[in-house]
Write a protein that binds this ligand. Structure first.
Ligand code: COA
Length: 187
């Protein structure tokens, strides 16, 4: 366990979000190469420490289309995963939400649910995005259950878009509009 020397960006109950941290590159690589973690996350190629180091290189004027957080477990005082927004379209106001808990010991403890709520709140009430999207393999029950629990609407099935363990898999796609999130929040 380490002390929390990294800045808290968003504070939750079980977890907080901190900026991604170059001191944790080896941990990120461990998580992203773990067969259990990467199975439905579409990380079919190995991630080297050097690949991940590139995340921290200067952006040199490119538009920021990605925002990533480290998920920090407050009680156990350690990083346990990552989440964020990818393919951000600042003009039309949408982004893809992504999330993983890198240490399977922390699965099914409601952590992704809390993290997704924090991420949605950030996307709508800080960044003023209009819509978030996400998708998960039908077999990845934990992932789409989280989306449904917090109010993402089921958009439909994309057939055969993921090839896992020698079989094509269907992906359940979801979206949530800011106005629907705000209505839910007011209840
Ligand atoms: C998917 C993932 C983020 C879920 O995180 P988590 O912290 O376990 O999620 P939560 O505990 O908040 O919620 C999971 C829900 O799914 C349910 N669930 C999980 N596996 C289930 C199963 N096999 N059958 C039925 N329900 C299941 C849980 O019971 C829970 O619902 P509940 O709160 O109503 O009981 C995590 O498993 C993970 O990081 N997996 C590896 C990477 C990945 O696949 N990321 C997503 C890519 S789309």
């Amino acid at each position: 366990m380490e002390d929390k020397k990294f800045p808290v960006f968003i504070d939750g109950n079980i977890i907080s979000f901190t900026p991604q941290c170059s001191e944790h590159i080896e941990l990120y690589s461990k998580w992203m190469n773990d067969p259990k973690v990467r199975r439905y996350a579409r990380w079919e190629m190995p991630r080297t420490v050097e690949d991940i180091k590139r995340w921290f290189e200067p952006r040199e004027g490119r538009v920021q289309r990605f925002i990533g957080f480290e998920i920090w477990h407050k009680k156990d005082k350690k990083p346990i995963g990552q989440c964020g927004l990818a393919m951000i379209d600042w003009i039309n106001g949408w982004a893809n939400a992504f999330l993983y808990i890198g240490d399977p010991e922390y699965w099914n403890k409601n952590i992704a649910t809390e993290a997704t709520e924090m991420l949605v709140e950030y996307a709508f009430n800080e960044l003023n995005l209009h819509k978030l999207q996400g998708g998960a393999a039908v077999e990845n029950i934990g992932s789409w259950s989280v989306a449904e629990k917090i109010g993402f609407k089921f958009n439909g099935i994309q057939k055969d878009v993921m090839y896992v363990d020698g079989k094509y898999r269907n992906v359940k796609t979801y979206g949530i509009l800011k106005e629907d999130w705000m209505k839910k929040r007011m209840k």
